[in-house]
Structures are given as C-alpha cells and as structure tokens.
Design a binder for this molecule. Structure first.
Ligand code: CA
Ligand code: CA
Ligand code: CA
Length: 389
C-alpha cells in the first residue's frame, strides 16, 4: 500500500471488510512510556479508512493511562463517515495515495514527567479496512544536564552531598517551590516524583528538589520557563523519573540557565547557551563554568574542592542575613521555640540550613552558624545577596 509519505509502506490493519463481529474491540497497547524529562510531549500518528457507509460504524479510539491501565482517558475517537480519509477506491480498500492518510498531533503536555501507556482500539462494525501507521511520542522540550552542589548538604571529603532528608523520609513527593511563591512559567510547577525514585540509594540518591529556570538571553531577568527537578548526591539534576535530564517547555534557542533552591542562593550562567532537544551539559560545580555576578557561588576546599550554592537563605528572599529586620537566624530559633533554644525539630523546612532533616539553633551541626559564616564571622551585620538579575 501507499504510505503517508507517498512511498510503499507496511501498516497496522484491521480488516473490517471481512471481519463480521460488530462491537468487537481489538487493541494495540504500548509498553509503559516514561515522559520523565519530557516537556510539551506530542503524540503523532496517521490513520487511513474508507467508510463503507454511515450505517457501518467502524471506529478508532486512542486513549492514555497514567496509572498503568487502571483508568483511561480518550484522546481521540471517530467512527463511520467521520473516520473516513477518502471516498475513492474499491472494497476491500487499501490506501493508494499519501493524501488518503490523516495526520494527528495530540498534545500530551498534561502528562509531562509521568509514566503513561497508550492504546489504540479498533471497534468493529463490518465496514471496510482501517489502517494505522507512524505512531510516535516526541519530546519537544529544551533539555539541560545540570550539575550543582548545595553547600548545606555538601561533604568536601567525599565530593558528594548527604541525602539525610531522603533517609528521614522527608523529601516531598511534590515540588515545594510553587507553595513557597517561586515564579513558575511555561508549564513548570506541580512536578511529582515517579514511584520508587526516593528509594534509590548511592550516588544517585535524591538530596532535594531544585528549581531550574530558562532566562531570556537579551533580558535575563525574564523567566521564560521553569521546571522543578531532583538533585542527586553526585550533583546531577534530573527529572521526576530520577534519571532523565530536565526538559523545559521552550523553543530551541539561546537562553541563560538559572537554578534556585529553597534555602540556598540561586545562580545563573554568565553566558547565554544554545539549547535544544539534545541535553546541554552545564556543570555549576566547576570554576570554569562562569556565573552571573560576583561570588555567586562559594568555593569549598578539601579533598574534593567545588563551587557550591551558598546556604543560609532561610527566608528565600535572595539574601543571607544574620542580624536586623528580616534576618535568617530568628526563624530558626522560632521553629525550635524562642524560650527553648536547645530544642530541635525534625522537619522538611527552609530553616534546616544544613539539610540534615533537623532544625537546630545551638550545639553541634546547628543551622545558625552557617548563616553567620556566610555573611562573615567578623562581620555579622553584612548581607550576602543572590547574584541573579
Ligand atoms: Ca548521578
Ligand atoms: Ca534571607
Ligand atoms: Ca539542620
């Protein structure tokens, strides 16, 4: 037969001309497809069908399931004359020209980041032959393979971050940034971890959520697209499946890439980068990766020296501040109790500066000292500002 590109092709066929079992449904079901690391996902396919008449209601239904087949949502359904792609040709029919195929493009953006199953169901009514071809699921996002270290969790003796939050079962299944008031754009926000992701141990264990941003190259204060993502112990920033590079919903082009954290100062690449569907590696732990502003990252020495994001912005207002109004120290004390400064509280909180799952004001591994350290121990009234436009 002739395919949608005008060349000879082979295709899925339901032979309703010879198949006399009205109401019978036959299905083509895909394996589980992960849309982790996919943005602006599209389903494309072609179908071809010559109606036998209005009374022969052969049908085609396309459905999607985000829960492994328990519930299905219809993406497309047509039958009889409406399903037809031609009126010419004899029965039993097969396509003889490219224009006898109808192209479909269905927006699956609502399923970005999830795992889905698709199924194509032919509904028999003893009419004429139905054909299906060129099924494709595509990721139309811009992709980045980011790497970064958060000071609060970083161990320069091992070159990895601690995953204390995960070990304590504190990493939330849904991204925390929307609720904290961070700006979202182009479909960012509402990301949810796929099943089992926070059970992974070792170098790829989840440390916390971060927020990735694409900034307009000409006016980098403008946030074009965002995506909340997961940070692994070895610094890789990955999508909701815990594996894939992050995809953002934007057209291929030039962007500055910024990354934010709920109690660390965010950073942005100094130079715009040409981004597309092939993941662009951006390693923010390296001095050689230039960042916007002055001292945007902290240099940590040790067996594994690295550039890390500054810890201590408990109030996530873009400033690390130890004294005076709106400082980052008082909220830590308030959490443990103003009259009980030696207490501690187990929580997933921006007041847990060192990301160990515990808010603590005094004693070893407290969350107050790192704030002072980052404004300068001898200059407690200083303020350290986030270097973002
Ligand atoms: Ca990794
Ligand atoms: Ca602050
Ligand atoms: Ca802590």
């Amino acid at each position: 037969m002739t395919g949608a590109d005008g060349n000879t092709t082979r295709a899925w066929r339901m032979d309703y001309y010879y198949y006399n079992a009205p109401g019978q449904e036959d299905r083509l079901v895909t394996p589980v497809i992960t849309l982790g690391g996919s943005a602006g996902t599209r389903l494309n396919f072609h179908h071809a069908y010559k109606p036998y008449g209005a009374n022969y209601t052969d049908g085609l239904r396309v459905e999607i399931s985000a829960d492994c087949g328990t519930n299905w949502t219809t993406l497309y359904y047509d039958e009889a004359l409406a399903l037809g792609t031609t009126t010419t040709g004899s029965s039993p029919w097969s396509p003889t020209a490219a224009n006898q195929w109808e192209p479909h493009e269905i927006d699956l953006s609502a399923y970005d980041g999830q795992s889905v199953v698709l199924r194509f169901t032919g509904v028999c009514d003893y009419g004429d032959r139905l054909y299906l071809d060129n099924i494709a699921v595509t990721n139309s996002g811009v992709r980045v393979a980011l790497k970064l270290m958060l000071e609060g969790a970083y161990d320069s003796g091992t070159g990895k971050m601690r995953d204390d939050l995960r070990l304590a079962g504190l990493v939330p299944g849904s991204e925390p940034y929307t609720a904290l008031g961070f700006t979202q754009a182009a479909g960012g926000g509402g990301e949810v971890t796929q099943a089992g992701v926070t059970s992974v141990t070792g170098d790829n264990a989840v440390v916390d959520w971060v927020l990735v941003e694409l900034r307009n190259a000409a006016t980098p204060a403008t946030i074009v697209a965002t995506r909340a993502a997961l940070l692994q112990r070895d610094g890789d920033v990955v999508a909701e499946d815990g594996v894939s590079p992050v995809a953002l919903l934007a057209t291929a082009g030039s962007y500055n890439v910024a990354v934010r954290h709920r109690n660390h100062l965010g950073v942005m690449t100094l130079n715009p980068m040409t981004l597309g569907n092939t993941p662009m590696a951006i390693d923010l732990t390296q001095t050689s990766t230039s960042t916007y502003g002055t001292n945007a990252r902290k240099s940590v020495s040790g067996a594994f020296p690295a550039q890390v994001l500054w810890a201590g912005d408990v109030t996530y207002n873009g400033q690390v501040k130890y004294t005076g109004g709106g400082n980052d120290r008082d909220p830590v004390l308030i959490t443990v109790g103003s009259t009980t400064p030696n207490n501690s509280a187990n929580a997933y909180s921006t007041r847990d500066v060192n990301l160990n799952g515990q808010v603590k004001y005094t004693g070893s591994s407290n969350d107050r000292d790192p704030i002072l350290l980052n404004v300068g121990s001898a200059t407690p009234n200083n303020v350290r500002s986030e270097q973002l436009p």
